[in-house]
Design a protein around this ligand. Structure first.
Ligand code: AN7
Length: 359
């Protein structure tokens, strides 16, 4: 039975050591680790590499944010807070609104106007959040949220709230539990950089606990028009079709660089065209529909493979895991726009249909 990440991993979550303290959960986590044997060679991975997709779109609100939000909202409730607030490119707002509703709390979300995928917006609205759309971008929204939460009794539930990272590290635990060890490489999209921070912590903790014999190289990928960690300076006007990761000043900058360097990994960028290619490819070859930002790590693996990055690792079988952070249904417009073959209008009779499908 699904119990949610806090109950499953309580012994590794010091904030939740007391089993009597109530938690707010939607049975998040326990997401599938899906083998991707058809996609792996198409991305150019060598034959001795196995690729797995950690599909975080299978969480209750359709993204990895639920892991952090069960933790953040549980603590806010325990503290007696009545309102939670976040800036968001969409997924954080959906998760905050869902968990806060369950906790009988109010949610205020600040979004970049016109830049949030419809699925995410619909979630925040149906859960009853107060949705405020500003003219600025995500970074501007986060600055406002930080200022307001510092002065008023409102719980900030962005990943600058440390318990969010604690919740999100459980995804790395699940991967180790599923594989029996840590992978050799872990690829994921990077926006505000909370998740790469969380995974690295999770992998380190499970290695320290003796649950894994190794720690993976962390491979982070940003969109080219929105790649401050790659360029080494903040971006004032980040731009990419992957709206989830359109972030120019990542809050967890230092931690992301530490994860990269301590793991002997890298943070690279991929173009929107490469992202869209990988987005369609994983859907067609493996049946996994993830939102565009999630394709960044797949596009990144392909780019690395083309540059022979994996070639030196030839002495044994290697495992790569890639987190696909959110569900494709979050952004259906993008899917419809991406597929140029589109819909064929046909007369509603056998002959016309058979002609169209070549029988
Ligand atoms: C699908 O919802 O920042 O590097 O406000 O929605 O931990 O920020 C979302 C980020 C990757 C980047 N994939 O993760 C928000 C928000 C998806 C995302 C990221 C996000 P971080």
């Amino acid at each position: 039975m699904r119990t949610g990440i806090i109950e499953t991993y309580r012994q590794y979550l010091p904030d939740f050591a007391d089993p009597a303290a109530p938690i707010v959960s939607l049975c998040e986590g326990n997401t599938p680790l899906i083998a991707a044997p058809r996609l792996a060679p198409l991305l150019g991975l060598p034959k001795n590499f196995r690729l797995f997709i950690k599909f975080e779109g299978m969480n209750p609100t359709g993204s990895f944010k639920d892991r952090g939000m069960t933790a953040a909202v549980s603590l806010a409730k325990r503290k007696g807070m009545q309102v939670v607030m976040c800036a968001s490119t969409g997924n954080t707002s959906a998760a905050a609104a869902a968990y806060a509703s369950r906790a009988e709390m109010k949610t205020v979300v600040i979004l970049p106007r016109g830049e949030v995928a419809l699925g995410k917006l619909s979630q925040a609205l149906i859960h009853g959040a107060k949705v405020l759309a500003i003219g600025g971008n995500f970074d501007d929204a986060l600055t406002l949220v930080r200022e307001i939460c510092a002065e008023y009794p409102i719980e900030l539930v962005n990943s600058v709230n440390p318990v969010r990272i604690e919740g999100q590290k459980t995804a790395a635990f699940e991967i180790v539990d599923a594989l029996g060890d840590a992978p050799d490489f872990h690829a994921l999209p990077v926006g505000n950089a909370g998740n790469i921070t969380a995974y690295w912590r999770g992998y380190r903790e499970f290695a320290d606990a003796g649950k894994a014999t190794r720690r993976p190289r962390m491979l982070g990928f940003q969109a080219a028009g929105s790649a401050p960690l790659v360029l080494g300076y903040p971006i004032e006007k980040p731009d990419t079709i992957a709206t989830a990761i359109r972030i120019g000043k990542p809050a967890s900058w230092t931690q992301a660089i530490a994860a990269r360097d301590d793991s002997q990994g890298l943070i690279h960028s991929v173009t929107d065209a490469q992202i869209l290619d990988a987005y369609a490819l994983v859907a067609r070859t493996e049946g996994v529909f993830a939102e565009p930002a999630c394709a960044a790590p797949l596009a990144g693996i392909r780019k690395l493979a083309e540059a022979d990055y994996f070639a030196p690792f030839a002495d044994r079988e290697y495992t790569v895991t890639a987190t696909l952070t959110g569900h494709g249904l979050k952004d259906p417009d993008r899917a419809v726009k991406t597929v140029t073959s589109g819909i064929v209008e046909v007369d509603g009779e056998r002959g016309a249909i058979l002609r169209e499908i070549g029988f």
